[in-house]
Design a protein around this ligand. Sequence first.
Ligand SMILES: CCC/C=C/C(=O)SCCNC(=O)CCNC(=O)[C@H](O)C(C)(C)COP(=O)([O-])OP(=O)([O-])OC[C@H]1O[C@@H](n2cnc3c(N)ncnc32)[C@H](O)[C@@H]1OP(=O)([O-])[O-]
Length: 302
Amino acid sequence: MALASGVRFAPRALLRPWALLRGTTLGRTEPAAGGGGDGARRFGSQRVLVEPDAASGVAVMKLRNPSNALSLELLTELVISLEKLENDKTFRGIILTSDCPRVFCAGLDLTEICGRNPAHCAEYWKAMQELWLRMYLSSLVLVAAINGACPAGGCIIALSCDCRVLADNPKYRIGLNETLLGIIAPFWLKDTYVNTIGHRASEQALQLGSLFPPAEALQVGLVDQVVPEDQVQSTALSEMARWLAVPDHARQLTKNMMRKATADRLLRQRDADTQNFVSFVCRDSIQKSLQAYLEKLRQRKG
Ligand SMILES: CCC/C=C/C(=O)SCCNC(=O)CCNC(=O)[C@H](O)C(C)(C)COP(=O)([O-])OP(=O)([O-])OC[C@H]1O[C@@H](n2cnc3c(N)ncnc32)[C@H](O)[C@@H]1OP(=O)([O-])[O-]
């Protein structure tokens, strides 16, 4: 972690996104809709579209997977896109949003942990840890423009940003509903929840698996702004401007000071956390409840 000099503190030695790259299509560049020079070139992959604006130093990163469920490929492509922007000194901030109607992110892709062998579940969980670490410790300003439902893993992504703007639609609920699926949020996610909304509110919300509608999410402090749906992007941009008005080095060191202990806890026990997760989700009883939950989701659709 090159803290003292470059103030880019993501633990690069531990994060090797390229090692996760498995048949992704990342790296294509194409001119943005309005044409333009290098600053207007967007890049992306099948599941993540990045629209960089070099003039403002802000890139909009759009998730575009079905329901934006966090498949292994989506996790990998997100980490790679993030690294690309982190390494490009032109950029100071990212607005993360969804290109998928009504859903910001459906959380873990349950098909990655249901009916899979332990080795696959371990690979998947490491990728999830990796994305959280990279986002949580990013030296860039991350603003989540939450334009759809945001349960569980979706909430993890949003919580790892610096600021959250949620569209005012009662269907767009946000929270950690793991217990309702019979699974348990890992300690690092619990810590992030506590850091955001406090201990008592987390204790209650985690046990009950609460998904908060916008007004309640704002009241509990899970999001920073709730605005009409058509103002999510513009509000996210205004928030970004507010954060970028602060000198980078001071903001980055302060962010690190606030977040390092939480991230270090996971860094110290990544392997144990992976083993816990794998042995838990591979239990017969958990597999059965995940299977039943997936079935319910599929039937609900019909
Ligand atoms: C322990 C670690 C901490 C984290 C835990 C988690 O994140 S646990 C995760 C906790 N997450 C949740 O509890 C969220 C569960 N999902 C939902 O509540 C809703 O899908 C929605 C509100 C996100 C979107 O509603 P909508 O009416 O717009 O969409 P729709 O409902 O019609 O679904 C469309 C398609 O997507 C499929 N699919 C959806 N989610 C997942 C998934 N996570 N995975 C896989 N697939 C998923 C769904 O089966 C269907 O597939 P089909 O039939 O086309 O092959």
